[in-house]
Design a protein around this ligand. Structure first.
Ligand code: ADE
Length: 226
């Protein structure tokens, strides 16, 4: 899978996408991530990517030309399945959408900034608008990092232990059961006996019951989706 990210703040993305599973997935060839600085697609000396809004409201608006040029250049090189814009007024991101994106070949993610982007970009170039939650970030970079991280880790093969991605929280609209490691007792706090029993059928039953109980307690809304 190839992901091209368009941003005015590339440094915000290099670290989150250069560590851990996302790095390993790139090193192993499962994912190719390219970060493009939109300033490289400007044609003025000051490399301007924003301008004052028509109508005179407060705040700056991302200009249409650099975004258009960057997207057109990429589109002249390959087909893109989705051109995503990160914005608080997009559709709410979830595991289902992450799963869907992980099956695509090539995607572009445009990080929003300032007050917003010239709306013609959204009307004519963007195919999907995504919000990572009902709160407002300074820019779309952190949202893009969240999307890329959640997508890349579930590309088949990327995580190594495939079963581990399938048992993630939300994959079946259930929260994951609790996990423990050694020592079996610490400070008088004991790991549940069933996990030490070696009885895998019992362990699985316990894990399913825990997942259901935690979901009922913490996220009953997920059960309504089942
Ligand atoms: N940009 C600013 N806030 C955002 C959010 N909540 N989701 C996606 N992009 C954003």
């Amino acid at each position: 899978m190839r992901i091209d990210i368009l941003t005015v703040l590339p440094e915000l993305l290099t670290s989150p996408l250069g560590e851990s599973i996302v790095k390993r997935a790139q090193d192993a060839g499962y994912a190719e991530i390219h970060i493009h600085n939109l300033r490289d697609y400007t044609d003025d000396r000051r490399r301007t990517t924003d301008d004052y809004p028509f109508g005179g409201e407060a705040g700056m608006v991302m200009k249409i030309e650099p975004v258009y040029r960057a997207i057109e250049k990429l589109r002249s090189e390959r087909h893109y399945d989705e051109i995503i814009y990160t914005s608080p007024d997009g559709i709410r991101y979830d595991q289902h959408e992450a799963n869907r994106l992980s099956t695509l070949e090539n995607i572009i993610i445009l990080c929003g900034h300032y007050k917003g982007i010239d709306h013609r970009i959204r009307e004519h170039l963007i195919t999907r608008e995504i919000s990572i939650g009902d709160y407002v970030l300074t820019g779309g970079e952190l949202a893009a990092a969240v999307i890329v991280d959640s997508v890349v880790r579930i590309i088949p093969g990327a995580i190594g232990d495939e079963a581990s991605a399938l048992t993630d929280c939300f994959q079946d609209n259930l929260l994951a059961p609790p996990v423990y490691t050694r020592p079996a007792e610490f400070n008088g706090w004991r790991v549940p006996d069933v996990l030490l029993s070696g009885n895998f059928a019992e362990i699985e039953k316990w894990q399913e019951a825990q997942a259901l109980e935690r979901t009922q307690q913490l996220r009953p809304d997920l059960l309504e989706k089942l």
